[in-house]
Design a protein. Structure first.
Length: 216
């Protein structure tokens, strides 16, 4: 579809004819805009379900933070132990308790382990400093307000909103056929099939962190 300006003020959409003659009629811009608004209205989550999913997100986020703190404490203990070993080996070498070659060999191993642990701690710090609310929270908010946002926005802002929700949209003489981006597609399907219930939706619940995994 491409847009064409008529009489200096009316915008019509029609097929480009790229694949040959097309029987698709012309559409006024207002018709297209209204149809796309309906597409966004079909992406919605009942408020009760949205609250339950959000509570689950916050619980997972808190769990991840706690695990990150615990992991940092463990790594710092290991790092302190390795530093004590390096210092002790230096003293033992001066006292003649161990040979120079033995100390050099063990110190190389300890230094490699020290660098590995320091790198892990640095990664935890970067993850914490760049921490953002889970993306799903924004998706839930958008699913609650996409249609109302759309009808109050300028055309350029409407286009950006549609790009966020849709990957493609086809049209015939009667209807629009949207292809939703993930995770808006399961939201649309659940709403269309009226499968939403008062319990938390298993298809949208974020997975908990794997054992030993830390927060991308």
């Amino acid at each position: 579809m491409t847009a064409e300006l008529k009489k200096g003020k009316y915008v019509y959409y029609h097929c480009t004819g790229y694949r040959g003659p097309c029987a698709l009629p012309r559409f006024r811009e207002e018709e297209i805009a209204e149809g796309l608004g309906h597409v966004l209205r079909d992406v919605t989550i009942p408020a009760a379900v949205s609250r339950q999913i959000e509570a689950s997100l916050l619980q997972v986020q808190t769990q991840m933070r706690n695990e990150s703190t615990q992991e940092r404490t463990r790594l710092e203990r290991e790092l302190a132990q390795i530093r004590r070993r390096i210092d002790a080996a230096y003293t033992d070498k001066l006292d003649g308790k161990i040979t120079h070659d033995f100390r050099q060999r063990k110190q190389a191993d300890w230094q490699r382990e020290q660098l590995r642990i320091e790198s892990l701690i640095s990664g935890l710090e970067e993850s914490k400093s760049g921490e953002k609310p889970l993306a799903m929270q924004g998706i839930l908010e958008l699913a609650q307000s996409a249609h109302s946002l759309y009808i109050t926005r300028k055309p350029s802002e409407q286009a950006e909103l549609l790009k966020t929700v849709l990957s493609n949209c086809s049209i015939d003489a009667v209807s629009l056929y949207p292809t939703y981006r993930k995770p808006f597609d399961p939201i649309f399907k659940r709403g269309k099939d009226r499968e939403w219930s008062g319990r938390e939706d298993s298809n949208l619940r974020p997975p908990g962190p794997e054992p030993g995994a830390l927060p991308g």
